[in-house]
Design a protein around this ligand. Sequence first.
Ligand code: AMP
Ligand code: MG
Length: 344
Amino acid sequence: MLMRRKISIILAAVCMAAFCSCSFGDTNEETAQKTEFFAMDTYMSVTAYGEGAQKALELAKDEVERLDKLWSVTDENSEVYAVNGGGEVSVSGETAQLISFMLDMAKRTGGALEPTLYPVVKAWGFTNGENRVPSGDEIQSLLKNVGYEKVSISGNTVTLPDGVMLDTGAVGKGYASDKATQVLKENGVGSALIDLGGNIVLVGSKPDGNEWKIGVRDPDGDGVVGIISASDCAIVTSGAYERNFTVDGTVYGHHIIDPKSGRPVDNDILSVTVIASKGRLCDALSTALFVMGKDGAVAHWRDHRDFEMIMLCKNGQAYVTEGIANRFEADEEHSEMKINVIEG
Ligand code: AMP
Ligand code: MG
């Protein structure tokens, strides 16, 4: 666990944004203010520009830390921990909103985003870094308690049957990035880069008026495969390179679980980057589209069209939706990568 944290911090120091996406080229260092902290089990940083930025950053950090305390699945004092104890539990309005959003996205993605996978994620050791490979029988028995339709929510009251447990890991950081954005804007910040463990929000454009440059990480290495130019949007990547582990020489995937099999997803995708107006939508979708695989993800995009995506696949090719295609450029070292444009 500790080692994983250290690795993520080192990566972050190199790339400025941990795990998935990297930002480049601050142009106005004189007025840049930055805060860095560890929350939601990952490295986070927020950079803001202009007068009053320092105060706004402190408030944004406080907001993320406050939400972490509400939504942590491992903190015995959190609201989600209380919900996971079973029965009828009354929660704050924002926790109710998070849970409702996760359930809506579970429905929208046909259960590819599965908010009740916690017992399975825990059995694989992804919650404490002590990874293990559960037996087929164990997985089958845990899957009996998995299914978003088992969760009921009425107003601020959440009810889970015994044994059913929520996991906020796929959506919490994205949701928190939207809340942090709101705090920055309310405090007069018009230009900022929020990076909550690779969940990026670009507030406005760079202080010089240019678009931000965000790197899409190479799933097979430490560098980036390409750069997205964008402003005023959220960008989130889910990748097969995160949190993998080896047992007896076999590398076991990563932390995204296929809710049907209860095992780490193994399909044609290495990473999915989602670009949309809200961090929570990007976060929920990047996880779900990763589970769906390339064809499922393309079908989902054609059905909804409220996001753009960049998929890096095991065949070495990139698949990019038409709305982002002219804003994504391969990195010099990946100039040979085939970029396929997905049309509506
Ligand atoms: P992300 O990095 O946003 O793709 O989220 C991955 C995290 O979400 C994992 O660490 C698990 O805690 C949780 N998770 C894994 N698989 C799923 C899934 N299919 N649906 C919802 N949450 C998941
Ligand atoms: Mg996610």
